[in-house]
Design a protein around this ligand. Structure first.
Ligand code: ZN
Length: 180
């Protein structure tokens, strides 16, 4: 039995259920699972499929922030490594949005290698959807600010996987041209 494959598909199934009613902020309002599978695919490709914990983390990375999942729930279903990775990339929702954004920049460099790669994949997916389907009502300035902020977070996450960084850089370049 390929238990990695079983674990991975269980994570995809669980993420799809947990985020069932959630949509992306963009005008297309894509199902949220599209973001999660994109992040997971970016991570799988960048690591040649060699790190199942990382790819599961990609699928589950927003469950603690956006759904009723708990750390214990994730640990029980998917093991402590996956739960800890998801917790590491989860913002403290009791803080104001500006503080959360500032802390992402400040704390990124101190995160584990997996968490830093996950952040890069997350920001890549977010920049791509900003380009393809910008959120309704966002001003040029807000779009530009997001692009600048995403690059600041990623700057502190670099040095682990050149392929992943190149994919982010391509999305960042397109977004900068569009909104810069
Ligand atoms: Zn995300």
């Amino acid at each position: 039995m390929n238990s990695d494959l079983v674990q991975l598909t269980r994570a995809a199934d669980y993420a799809a259920r947990q985020h069932l009613a959630q949509r992306r902020k963009g005008e297309r309002a894509e199902p949220y699972i599209n973001h999660l599978t994109e992040v997971a695919a970016l991570l799988a490709e960048a690591t040649d499929g060699g790190d199942v914990v990382l790819v599961m983390g990609g699928l589950l990375h927003d469950t603690l922030e956006d759904t009723d999942s708990t750390y214990e729930d994730l640990a029980q279903r998917f093991g402590p490594e996956v739960a800890a990775l998801v917790a590491e990339v989860t913002d403290d929702k009791s803080l104001k949005k500006e503080d959360r954004k500032r802390l992402q920049v400040e704390k990124a460099a101190g995160k584990s290698p997996r968490a830093r790669m996950l952040k890069i994949a997350d920001k890549t997916s977010n920049l791509r959807s900003l380009i393809e389907s910008p959120p309704k009502g966002w001003t040029e300035e807000r779009l530009r600010d997001y692009v600048v902020w995403a690059e600041q977070v990623v700057r502190s996450c670099r040095g682990l996987n050149a392929r992943l960084e190149a994919v982010f850089d391509a999305a960042h370049e397109t977004a900068s041209k569009r909104f810069g």
